[in-house]
Design a protein around this ligand. Sequence first.
Ligand code: NI
Length: 165
Amino acid sequence: MEILKLGNPILRDKASSVEVFDENLKLDVEQMLSTLESAKGLGLAGPQVGIEKRLFVIIIDDERWVFINPEIIGRSDDKVRYEEGCLSIPGYYMDVFRPSKVKIQFQDINGKMQILDASGLLARVIQHEYDHLDGKLFVDRLDEKTQEAFFKSWERSIKHPRRRP
Ligand code: NI
């Protein structure tokens, strides 16, 4: 699957719920997992590969996670800083503050409802991917100055690809 890059309007759309749990969904999820694996990323959301559905996959330490129609139903009060990157914004890594723990409700590949308490890296990646379903990217969460500098640098890198970091 081709991973869409910042600038593609699909990345800014709100994704719609998954209604049908069938073989096609399983195929999409399998392909997303292999795409994520070859890209050596931690997470990949549907919209990043042109699937405008509320689903994302995560691979951490060879463990594979599939979240369908996720809802974050709890967030810890404490926020932690962590350096994030995104397969849709290659070459850029920046610190983002987010809650350290989340409680997430979602459906598995068979449509069964699940609840998970996540912390550490998993909580971080869940929140990053969850944002993708609402058309939000990690660079939207930077402070104004850093964000401005980022977008300038990104625009330049598009006009002069060789200067891309
Ligand atoms: Ni991302």
